[in-house]
Design a protein around this ligand. Structure first.
Ligand code: NAD
Length: 301
């Protein structure tokens, strides 16, 4: 039976470390770290995510605010909000909550964020720094996966990995981060032929296709490490019951076959939020000239 890589518990440890660092450097910095979330429209899932991020900020001492535009807002109005936040000294991090309703151009909005405040790590400058292996703000979800693997004691050097998905948000930066950890990486996508064969060769499988239950047990090599990035809301089966979440992996059948596995919920999701907090505190420290960085979360021996 696979060991579970518990993102909920690890995220709590990251929060403890961040809370300590914020408290330690508050006097030197003169003000707490600030995160602004730019949200447009009323997508209910976005509402839930934004609320969770705001609560997590509160737990570590980050001052958060939500700039909520109606779905009818123009590109210009949202751009002006971002420009105001770029110039605002009380704002260290700007998160543009995706997806943006049509016809807004999310790519142009992300480009407008000051790279020093780009806590999602999606600005071309920060993605370029990632490719070059230079310090910078890293995309939160793949950074969260790397932290889960490190704290799970997974030896990455020289192993063979398959990442399913090639989005800028997850798949592409995930592939780069794994390569930088000396993993031999294949990135699969919707045009990949014989996906099951690629999966069966992988010692590490990262599923980020956005396809519920795509990966079944027969696709997984025995003793593989399986990371499930997918999040899908399953509506309640009948009135009076609750909606549930599931991932891209058939958890119940893969768990007995894998060596390690991330659950959904409680795996990658909480670590994505933890990395957003980490990036915000890092951006705050950079802006305020704080020396010493963030207290690291100790790795297992
Ligand atoms: P996306 O739709 O932008 O990209 C999906 C990628 O998967 C594409 O590159 C596509 O080519 C590939 N793909 C789709 N179907 C495939 C198939 N059948 N076989 C092989 N490849 C296939 O999605 P995204 O933004 O990268 O997100 C992926 C999933 O991760 C979604 O379920 C999303 O909700 C979830 N997500 C979770 C977190 C988290 O914190 N856990 C964060 C971001 C995204």
């Amino acid at each position: 039976m696979a060991k579970r890589l518990n993102g909920q518990a690890l995220a709590a440890r990251y929060e403890t470390s961040l809370r300590t660092s914020v408290a330690q450097h508050l006097t030197t910095a003169g003000c707490p770290p600030g995160l602004a979330v730019v949200r447009v429209g009323d997508d209910p899932a976005s509402g839930v995510y934004v609320g969770r991020k705001a609560q997590a900020c509160g737990r570590v001492g980050i001052r958060s605010r939500i700039i909520h535009h109606p779905a009818t807002a123009s590109q210009q109005e949202v751009l002006e909000s971002i420009c105001r936040l770029n110039a605002d000294p009380a704002c260290d991090g700007i998160l543009v909550q995706l997806p943006m309703p049509a016809p807004l151009n999310a790519r142009q909005l992300l480009l407008a964020v000051d790279p020093a405040k780009d806590v999602d790590g999606l600005h071309p400058l920060n993605l370029g720094r990632l490719v070059r292996g230079e310090p910078g703000l890293r995309p939160c979800t793949p950074a969260g996966v790397m932290a889960l693997l490190a704290h799970g004691g997974i030896a990455l050097e020289g192993i063979r990995a398959l990442v399913i998905g090639r989005s800028i948000l997850v798949g592409q930066p995930m592939g780069i981060m794994l390569q930088q950890a000396n993993v031999t990486v294949t990135v699969a996508h919707s045009r990949t032929r014989n996906l099951a064969d690629h999966c069966r060769q992988a010692e590490l499988l990262v599923a980020a296709a956005g396809q519920p239950g795509l990966v079944g047990a027969h696709w997984v090599r025995p003793e593989a490490v399986v990371v499930d990035v997918g999040i899908h809301r399953v509506p309640p089966p009948r009135q009076g019951t609750r909606a549930t979440l599931r991932g891209d992996v058939c958890f119940a059948e893969v768990e007995p076959r894998a060596s390690h596995i991330t659950p959904v919920p409680g795996g990658v999701g909480p670590m994505t939020v933890a990395m957003l907090l980490w990036n915000t505190v890092q951006a705050w420290q950079q802006r305020c000239g704080v020396v010493g960085g963030i207290t690291p979360v100790p790795l297992p021996r």
